[in-house]
Ligand binder design. Structure first.
Ligand SMILES: Nc1ncnc2c1ncn2[C@@H]1O[C@H](COP(=O)(O)OP(=O)(O)OP(=O)(O)O)[C@@H](O)[C@H]1O
Length: 637
C-alpha cells in the first residue's frame, strides 16, 4: 500500500472541515458583500441608473414642505396681498415634480426587484445544485434537507433586505440628510430643538430594536419547533396510532402552537412599542416646534427682517415628519442588513464547500474544486463502450468520522459476470458499491471501469452506463409507469409494459387497479415492500445499463413475491455486469462468483460450492445462518 490508509483526502481538506467553513462564516461584512456581489453579478447590472432614480425620488420628498412654505409666505402673506397666480404656479410645479419623483420611485423599485429576483433566482439554482453535489459523504440525507431549508431562508432574508431594506436604507439616508439640511436652512435654532428631541429616541429605539431582534429570533425558533412537531406527527402517524400516543402528540403540538403564539405576540408588542414611541416623540417634537417657533417667529428669529415666517414654521412640521420616518425604520433596516449579511455568509460558506465527488463535466479536476466553477472543463471522458469490467486497485476508505471501513480492497470483475457481495452487517458491502457507483471517492487507491478512473468519467456517461438499485428502491408520488420512466425519461407506455413482460411481471402489472397508470402514493406507500422492488427493477431494466448494482432488500417478502423478484433479477441482470449485495442464499447461489467481505477486507472469493468447501470460512458461517433462517421461516416452531 502506497499511502497511509488513515489519511482521508476529503476529511483533511481545510475547505471542507468545520473550522474552514466557520472561518468563512466569520468573514468581514465588507468582504462578504464583495463576494456576494461577485456571486450574483446581476445585482450590479444597471445599478447606477437605479441609484440616480433613488436620488430623484428622495429629492422629491422636499417638494411638499417647500411648496407649503412658498404658498404661505410668498403666495398668501405677500405684503401687497395674496398672489393667487403664484399659488397656482407653485402648486402646479409641486404636482408636476411629485409626478416625476413618484415615477422615479416606481421605476427604481421595479428595477431593484427585477435585479434582485434575477440574481437571487440564479443564486438559488447555484446553491441547490451545489448542495446536490455535496452528496453522501459529509451529509446524511436529513442534513442535506436542513441545508436546503437553511439556504432557502437565507436567500429569502437577502432578498427581503435587498428589495425592502435596501431601498428604505438608500431613501431614508437621503431623506434624513435632506430634512436636516432644509431645517438648518429654515431655522438653525428650531433644527436644534428637533435634534434634541430625537436624541433620546435613538436610545429608546435601540433598546426596542435589541429586544425586538431577540423576540423575532424566538419566534423563528418556535415556528421551527412547531413545524417539526407537526411534521413528525404526520410522518410517524402509523407509529403514533400503533402505540396509542395520540394524546401525547396532540399535547406536544398544542404546546408548540401556544409557545409560537406567545413569542409572536411578544414580538408584536415590542414592534408596536417601537413605532408608538417614534410617533409620540414626533408629536412632542412638532409641538415643541410650534411652542418655540411661534415666539421665535414673532420675535423675528425665523425669517429675515420684514419677511413672513408662518410658512417656514408650517414647513418645519412637515420636515419633522420627514426626519422621524428614517429614524423609525433605521434600526429595523440595520437589523435586516445584519441578517442579510449573515445570510450571505452562510450561502457563501455552502458554495465554497468543495463537493465530495465532483463531476468532471462541471467541476474541473484541477484540484481547484472551488464549488463555484460550472464551466465545462473538457477533461471529462465517457465510459468506453461495450460490456463493463471493473477494477478496484488497492482501495481504502474511511468516513470522515471513523476508522477505515474498507481495507486494501483489490479486485477485478470481468465484464458480464454476476457477482454476489456477501458479509456480516457492517462489513463494508454498501460502502464498496457506493465507491463503484461514485457516490463517494476512495480515501486511497483507485476504482476503474473499462480501464478509466471513475473521477475522469462525466456524470452523464457514468449514470447512463452504471445504475444502482438501492435497497428501498425509492418511488416518487406518481404512477407506476412514471416511476419506471425515471430510468429512461423517453420510455413510452409500451416500453414500460414490455419491461414488465420481459421481467415476467406482466400479470402483476395487469392486476394493478389501473395497470401502468396506477398511482403508487407518497414514497410508494400504496405498494408493498416487495412490489416496490419490482417497480425499481423495471426502472433499472428500462435504463438498460451495462453495469447494474443491486443492494438487495433485507426485508422479508411473501414467497410469491420472492419468486417474482428472483425471476425479475435473473432477467434484468442477463447480459450485463451485475453486482448484488446478497442478503439471500438464493442470490448468492445464482452468482458466477461470490466475494466475501469481513471487517472491510475481502476474505474469500469463489463459487458457492467452492466456498463451502472451507467449513471454517466466513461464507460457510453465513450460509449456515441463512439455512437456519430459511428453515425457521418455513417451520416457525
Ligand atoms: N455515513 C457514515 N458515516 C460514518 N460511518 C459509516 C457511514 N456509513 C457506514 N458507516 C460505517 O461503515 C461500516 C461499513 O458500513 P456498510 O454500510 O458499508 O456495511 P454493510 O456491510 O453494507 O452493512 P449492512 O449489511 O448492514 O448494510 C460500518 O461500520 C458503518 O458503521
Amino acid at each position: 500500500m502506497s499511502a497511509a490508509p488513515g489519511t482521508d483526502r476529503a476529511a483533511e481538506d481545510p475547505r471542507r472541515t468545520g473550522a474552514g467553513i466557520e472561518a468563512r462564516r466569520t468573514a468581514g461584512a465588507w468582504q462578504t458583500l464583495r463576494r456576494g456581489l461577485a456571486l450574483a453579478p446581476q445585482l450590479r447590472r444597471g445599478l447606477t441608473l437605479t441609484l440616480l432614480l433613488a436620488a430623484v425620488a428622495t429629492a422629491g420628498k422636499l417638494v411638499v414642505p417647500i411648496a407649503v412654505q412658498q404658498t404661505i409666505d410668498v403666495g398668501l402673506l405677500d405684503p401687497d396681498g395674496p398672489r393667487l397666480g403664484f399659488v397656482v404656479a407653485a402648486t402646479s410645479a409641486a404636482a408636476l415634480t411629485l409626478a416625476v419623483t413618484s415615477s422615479a420611485q416606481y421605476a427604481m423599485i421595479s428595477r431593484l426587484v427585477r435585479a434582485t429576483e434575477t440574481a437571487l433566482a440564479a443564486l438559488r439554482v447555484k446553491a441547490f445544485r451545489h448542495i446536490h453535489d455535496l452528496s453522501v459523504l459529509s451529509q446524511a440525507a436529513e442534513q442535506r434537507g436542513s441545508l436546503v431549508s437553511r439556504v432557502t431562508s437565507d436567500i429569502d432574508q437577502i432578498s427581503r433586505f435587498m428589495q425592502w431594506g435596501g431601498v428604505i436604507m438608500l431613501v431614508s439616508l437621503g431623506q434624513l440628510v435632506l430634512a436636516t439640511v432644509a431645517m438648518l436652512v429654515y431655522s438653525p435654532l428650531l433644527a436644534l430643538v428637533v435634534l434634541a428631541c430625537f436624541a433620546p429616541l435613538a436610545l429608546v429605539l435601540r433598546w426596542f430594536q435589541r429586544r425586538l431582534s431577540a423576540a423575532y429570533d424566538r419566534v423563528r425558533r418556535k415556528v421551527g419547533a412547531l413545524l417539526s412537531a407537526i411534521a413528525e406527527s404526520v410522518v410517524g402517524a402509523s407509529v403514533v396510532r400503533a402505540y396509542g400516543i395520540g394524546d401525547r402528540t396532540t399535547q406536544r403540538i398544542d404546546r408548540a402552537v401556544e409557545e409560537e403564539f406567545d413569542a409572536t405576540y411578544r414580538a408584536g408588542r415590542f414592534a408596536a412599542g417601537m413605532f408608538a414611541s417614534g410617533e409620540a416623540i414626533a408629536g412632542v417634537a412638532t409641538g415643541l416646534v410650534i411652542v418655540v417657533g411661534v415666539p421665535l417667529g414673532l420675535a423675528g428669529g425665523l425669517a429675515p427682517e420684514g419677511e413672513p415666517w408662518v410658512g417656514r414654521l408650517a414647513a418645519f412640521t412637515f420636515l419633522v415628519n420627514l426626519f422621524v420616518q428614517p429614524m423609525q425604520v433605521a434600526t429595523e433596516v440595520l437589523d435586516q442588513a445584519q441578517k442579510a449579511i449573515s445570510g450571505w455568509r452562510r450561502v457563501i460558506a455552502v458554495l465554497d464547500t468543495p463537493p465530495d465527488v465532483a463531476d468532471p463535466e462541471r467541476h474541473p479536476v484541477t484540484g481547484d474544486a472551488s464549488g463555484g466553477g460550472d464551466a465545462p472543463s473538457g477533461t471529462a471522458v465517457s465510459v468506453p463502450p461495450g460490456p463493463i469490467a471493473v477494477r478496484f486497485d488497492h482501495v481504502w476508505f474511511r468516513y470522515p468520522t471513523g476508522p477505515p471501513v474498507l481495507r486494501d480492497v483489490d479486485l477485478s470483475i470481468a465484464a458480464q459476470s454476476r457477482v454476489a457481495i456477501v458479509g456480516e452487517t457492517g462489513s463494508g458491502k454498501t460502502t464498496f458499491v457506493k465507491l463503484l457507483t461514485r457516490l463517494m471517492d476512495p480515501t486511497d487507491g483507485e476504482v476503474r471501469v473499462n480501464g478509466v478512473a471513475l473521477p475522469d468519467v462525466g456524470f452523464s456517461s457514468l449514470r447512463r452506463r452504471l445504475v444502482m438499485v438501492p435497497q428501498d428502491g425509492f418511488l416518487f408520488d406518481a404512477s407506476i409507469a412514471d416511476n419506471v420512466r425515471y430510468g429512461r425519461p423517453s420510455a413510452t407506455d409500451e416500453d414500460v409494459e414490455v419491461a414488465f413482460t420481459e421481467l415476467g411481471l406482466a400479470d402483476w402489472l395487469e392486476r394493478q387497479s389501473d395497470g401502468p397508470a396506477t398511482p403508487v402514493g407518497e414514497r410508494g406507500e400504496a405498494l408493498s415492500t416487495g412490489e416496490r422492488q419490482l417497480v425499481a427493477l423495471a426502472r433499472a431494466y428500462v435504463a438498460d445499463p451495462d453495469l447494474l448494482v443491486l443492494d438487495e432488500a433485507t426485508s422479508a417478502v411473501d414467497p410469491g413475491t420472492e419468486v417474482r423478484i428472483q425471476r425479475a433479477l435473473e432477467s434484468v441482470t442477463r447480459g450485463r455486469t451485475a453486482l448484488s449485495i446478497a442478503h439471500r442464499l438464493s442470490t448468492a447461489e445464482a452468482a458466477d462468483e461470490i466475494v466475501v467481505f469481513d471487517a472491510g477486507r475481502i476474505v474469500q472469493r469463489g463459487s458457492h460450492d467452492a466456498l463451502l468447501e472451507d467449513p471454517d470460512g466466513v461464507y460457510a458461517g453465513l450460509h449456515a445462518s441463512w439455512v437456519a433462517g430459511t428453515r425457521a421461516a418455513v417451520d416457525p416452531r
